[in-house]
Design a protein around this ligand. Structure first.
Ligand SMILES: Nc1nc2c(ncn2[C@@H]2O[C@H](COP(=O)(O)OP(=O)(O)OP(=O)(O)O)[C@@H](O)[C@H]2O)c(=O)[nH]1
Ligand SMILES: [Mg+2]
Length: 441
């Protein structure tokens, strides 16, 4: 039956979502009366079916830079690997990488890939690496470059012309280009040795500033040809522990790396890469908060009235709970890695976390973790039993231009999710402090 087309253009979408989701929200906003209830139901079902659609996203990070700058080391560390682990990139001081090599993240090989681009062109027959022809390089590697979402340009000193030219081509392809000076741990050591007085009057932050300015100056000299924002230059160490515990510029670097990605792509990165830095916790929470409306739609799909007496927990809610746990690095496997790194007992850290999240050091046999957390949250919110059948509220879904009415259970679910995310943020911060603070001797 042909229905008159509704004008859906006047509604501004304020959240990040794919086309299909946007269309649905617009029709929800444009619908009237009974229609609205139908569209809402449709969105709830769509959300329930697509709660984990982020798992189909792909993120490619291109890495280019000077020979020996520490590209392979970083590519390993960001994937949680040490150089000799299976799947690790070869770390070699003598010979540079000459072919494009893809390094998938072992936990999500189809979704998160680091691409190591050679800084040289190995011409058949010639073999002369100094004879760098950017056009030929593009002919060979341009297609792969197009597939990358962000580029990291590594240098350990005076960055070479080749790497800068490749970075410029990435920029022309409208890719985000970030500059990395790795091996800062060595810079500190060297400075201490070369100039023993330096750290009397200066801090590591001063040395970082110096190296950052130096990087920018060299970029200018080598012909980058554009103003470089100091905030796009990151001073890091690529060694595994530094990457995991967020030393120096690592937290800022992590934020910048995912800054231009869609929310769904960001979810891939934060749920795949381990990160024990306190400074990125809030950003991770924000990504989950942005998507909480969608989880709540899924959770209130069908005739579900979640939390009505907290008798049973909808599977969608449990899915979100464990997703958050992973994103904040609070799963058992991640806590074990944190313990290993910090030289702490894994059982001790798990008990610490459990006390923060669940109010006790250990779950009793047969207890449901998610149900327990929700009960605690409900207690805190003063909603011991929520009887929400048949009640409606106006809620804020990410669309401007219309008031949207949803079941009250939707509003309550959003509130519970937000509280849960805050609880995880707080628990992660306290856990990382507890694990890492005292171990920094
Ligand atoms: N101390 C320290 N050593 C590092 C760091 N990054 C890399 N290294 C060492 O520097 C050497 C070169 O590192 P790679 O990661 O192989 O460098 P690359 O950029 O991949 O080099 P090519 O592939 O040869 O171009 C290795 O011996 C690494 O162990 C770092 O942040 N700190
Ligand atoms: Mg390498």
């Amino acid at each position: 039956m042909a229905e008159p087309a509704k004008d859906l253009s006047g509604f501004e979408i304020t959240g990040e979502m794919d086309e299909e989701e946007q269309g649905m929200l617009r029709s929800l906003a444009a619908a009237s009366g009974a229609d609205k209830a139908d569209v809402l139901k449709e969105i709830q079902n769509y959300a329930a079916e697509n709660l984990e659609a982020w798992k189909n996203q792909k993120v490619c990070v291109g890495v280019v830079g000077d020979p020996g700058a520490g590209k392979s080391t970083f590519i390993n560390s960001i994937r949680g690997l040490r150089p000799k682990d299976p799947g690790a990139a070869k770390v070699d001081v003598k010979e540079g990488t000459k072919v494009v090599t893809e390094y998938p993240h072992p936990d999500r090989p189809d979704n998160l890939i680091f691409v190591d681009f050679p800084g040289v062109l190995l011409k058949k027959g010639s073999g002369d690496q100094r004879d760098f022809d950017i056009q030929q390089y593009l002919n060979e590697h341009g297609e792969k470059m197009e597939q990358c979402h962000v580029f990291l340009v590594f240098s350990s000193g005076r960055i070479q012309h080749n790497a800068v030219q490749i970075g410029m081509k990435a920029r022309e392809m409208r890719k985000k280009v970030l500059f990395v000076r790795s091996q800062f741990d060595l810079d500190v050591m060297k400075r201490r040795n070369d100039d023993p007085e330096y750290f009397r009057g200066n801090t590591e932050a001063d040395l970082m500033k110096e190296l950052r300015q130096d990087y920018i100056k060299v970029l200018k000299d080598v012909g980058w040809g554009k103003e470089v924002n100091p905030r796009d230059v990151f001073i890091i160490s690529g060694l595994l522990d530094s990457v995991l515990n967020g030393s120096w510029d690592i937290p800022k670097f992590r934020k910048a790396m995912i800054g231009d990605l869609s929310t769904l792509q960001k979810l891939i990165v934060i749920n795949t890469c381990r990160d024990f830095s306190k400074e990125t916790i809030k950003e991770r929470g924000d990504i989950f908060r942005k998507r909480a409306w969608f989880v709540a739609m899924a959770t209130t799909a069908g005739s579900f009235v979640p939390f009505a007496g907290v008798a049973s927990m909808p599977a969608t809610f449990a899915t979100a709970y464990f997703l958050y746990k992973r994103g904040f690095c609070l799963t058992d496997a991640r806590v074990e890695q944190l313990a290993k790194m910090a030289g702490k007992s894994p059982e001790d850290l798990k008990a610490f976390l459990s006390t923060k999240l669940l109010g006790k050091p250990k779950l009793e046999k047969g207890e449901d973790e998610v149900k327990l957390v929700v009960e605690l949250i409900f207690g805190g919110l003063g909603m011991v039993t929520a009887i929400v059948v048949d009640q409606v509220v106006d809620v804020a879904v990410p669309v401007i231009g219309a008031a949207i009415t949803a079941p009250l259970s939707y509003g309550i679910t959003v509130k519970v999710l937000h509280t849960l995310i805050s609880l995880m943020e707080k628990s992660a911060g306290e856990l990382f402090d507890y694990a890492l603070k005292e171990s920094e001797v």
